[in-house]
Design a protein around this ligand. Structure first.
Ligand SMILES: [Zn+2]
Ligand SMILES: [Zn+2]
Length: 65
């Protein structure tokens, strides 16, 4: 069967988009926090903040020192 929906996290393929969505919910449910800049998922808010500070320098972009 032709499966065109691929999970970008683990490479699993599904024939229906609903199956892919369900797979993401059950398999990657912990990755709730998404970085707006690069669409990377994180297990917690702390990790995402840390990532944003390191890679996107949020504080500096707002002109604060
Ligand atoms: Zn997956
Ligand atoms: Zn990012």
């Amino acid at each position: 069967m032709f499966k065109k929906h691929e999970c970008e996290r683990c490479g699993s393929k599904f024939s229906k988009v609903e199956e892919l969505m369900h797979h993401k919910q059950v398999t990657h449910e912990q990755e709730l926090y998404m970085c707006n800049e690069c669409n990377v998922g994180f297990e917690g808010m702390e990790q995402m903040r840390d990532h944003a500070k390191k890679f996107h320098s949020y504080n500096r972009m707002k002109g604060k020192t």
